[in-house]
Design a protein around this ligand. Structure first.
Ligand code: ZN
Length: 366
C-alpha cells in the first residue's frame, strides 16, 4: 500500500502531500473455504475475482471425501472372482441400496464379505497366543483355527438335532402325552438334510419373530449378585414349572455345583500358598521366621475359611427344604465334619502364627 502511494506521488510530483494512512487487514481463506468464498461471496472487484479464479483452478483434489459424518473411501481396484459353489446369497435394501454396518461401514449389499473381513481381522490383529491366560480353560472360545468355509457336517453335532418343520404333526403332540422318548418320534432334523443342497435353505420354524437378534441382552445370572439369589430363583422357577421335578433340580445343584466347589476349595486350602501382606511375595510354605524374609511383613493365607464354607449354609438350606437322596445328604454331612475338623481350634482370622504355635499332644487327640 505504502509503495503504491510512493509511486503515485513520484508520478504526480506532488511531494508536499503527506502520505495517507490506512489500516489494512488481511484475511486468509484456506482450502475448500476459498472455493466457498468464490462461489458465495466473492470480491466486488472483477480483477480480484479473476485472480482468485485462477488460483482456484490449481486447487488440489480434496484428500478425503466427506459424506455427513462419514469419510468415503475410493474404490482402488475391482477384482472379479468366481464362486466355487456357483451361487451366492445377497440382501439388498430397496430404493437406497445402502446400509450401515457397525455404524461405520457403508455397504450396498449383504453378501457377507465385510463380515468376513471384520472377523478375519479380529483373528489376525486382535489375537495372539501370548494373550491366552495360563490357567485351565485358557483355550476356551479362543480363535485358534480359522475356517475358510463352513461345512454343516463339521458343525457341533448338537445343532444336527434341531427340528426344521414348519408345523409339528399331531403325532408329536399325542406322543408327548405318552411321555414318549424323543428318539421314537419322527420329525425332520438338520441331520436328515446333511450333504444335500437343502442343508442351507428352507429350514422351517414354528415361531415368527420380527428381529433375529432380539432377546435378553443380559441374563439374570449376571444381574443377580450373590450365588444365593441365583440359586433361590432357580429353585423358585423349578417349583412353579409343572414339568420340572424341583427335588431333582435341587439335588443337581448340590451334586454338580456345591459339592464339587466345597471339595475343590478344601483341596485348595490344603495346598495353598502363603502371601506377605506388605510386599505380596508368595511362599509355597510359611517361612519358619513367621515373617516375610524380604520385608519383615506379616504372612497370611491365600485361601480363606470363608471361601470353603461359602456354600455349606446354602447346601443345608436345600437339604431342609427338598427331598434329597440319602447318599447326597451324607456327602454333605461328611464335608461338614471335614470342615469342622479343619477349623475347629482356629480363630476366625486365621493366620500362620495360629498354625505354627506349639501344640500339646492332647490337642490332636480331642
Ligand atoms: Zn514381604
Amino acid at each position: 500500500m505504502k509503495e503504491f502511494y510512493l509511486k503515485k506521488r513520484l508520478k504526480c510530483s506532488n511531494i508536499e502531500e503527506p502520505l495517507p494512512e490506512f489500516k489494512s487487514y488481511s484475511i486468509s481463506i484456506r482450502s475448500k473455504y476459498a472455493r466457498k468464498f468464490y462461489d458465495e461471496i466473492g470480491f466486488s472487484l472483477s480483477r480480484k475475482q479473476r485472480a482468485l479464479k485462477s488460483v482456484l483452478s490449481k486447487e488440489g483434489k480434496v484428500r478425503v471425501e466427506k459424506f455427513k459424518n462419514f469419510i468415503l473411501d475410493g474404490v482402488k481396484k475391482i477384482d472379479i472372482s468366481n464362486i466355487p459353489s456357483g451361487h451366492l446369497y445377497d440382501i439388498e435394501v430397496e430404493e437406497d441400496h445402502n446400509f450401515l454396518m457397525n455404524d461405520f461401514i457403508l455397504s450396498s449389499n449383504c453378501d457377507g464379505d465385510e463380515d468376513c473381513v471384520m472377523l478375519l481381522l479380529d483373528g489376525l490383529i486382535n489375537f495372539s497366543k501370548e494373550y491366552l491366560p495360563e490357567g485351565r480353560g485358557r483355550l476356551m472360545d479362543s480363535p485358534l483355527v480359522l475356517t475358510e468355509r463352513i461345512d454343516p457336517k463339521e458343525v457341533d453335532g448338537e445343532v444336527h438335532n434341531m427340528d426344521i418343520c414348519y408345523r409339528y404333526p399331531l403325532d408329536f403332540y399325542l406322543s408327548t402325552l405318552k411321555c414318549e422318548d424323543p428318539k421314537n418320534i419322527e420329525m425332520e432334523t438338520i441331520k436328515d438334510r446333511l450333504n444335500t443342497n437343502s442343508q442351507y435353505e428352507n429350514l422351517g420354524f414354528t415361531q415368527e419373530v420380527t428381529d433375529i437378534s432380539e432377546g435378553p441382552l443380559m441374563s439374570s445370572y449376571k444381574t443377580l449378585e450373590t450365588m444365593r439369589e441365583k440359586m433361590e430363583l432357580q429353585l423358585k422357577i423349578a417349583k412353579k414349572t409343572r414339568a420340572v421335578d424341583e427335588d431333582d433340580v435341587a439335588e443337581r445343584i448340590l451334586k454338580s455345583h456345591f459339592i464339587p466347589d466345597i471339595i475343590g476349595n478344601l483341596r485348595a486350602f490344603s495346598t495353598q500358598k502363603f502371601r506377605c501382606v506388605k510386599c505380596n511375595a508368595k511362599f509355597r510354605r510359611p517361612p519358619l521366621s513367621k515373617t516375610c524374609p524380604k520385608c519383615g511383613g506379616k504372612i497370611i493365607l491365600t485361601v480363606h475359611e470363608a471361601s470353603i464354607k461359602k456354600y455349606l449354609g446354602a447346601s443345608y438350606r436345600i437339604l431342609e427344604e427338598f427331598k434329597i437322596s440319602e447318599y447326597t445328604r451324607q456327602r454333605i454331612e461328611l464335608l461338614k465334619m471335614e470342615i469342622e475338623s479343619l477349623f475347629k481350634e482356629d480363630k476366625d482370622d486365621l493366620n500362620v502364627e495360629d498354625l505354627g504355635g506349639q501344640k500339646k499332644l492332647s490337642d490332636f487327640v480331642s
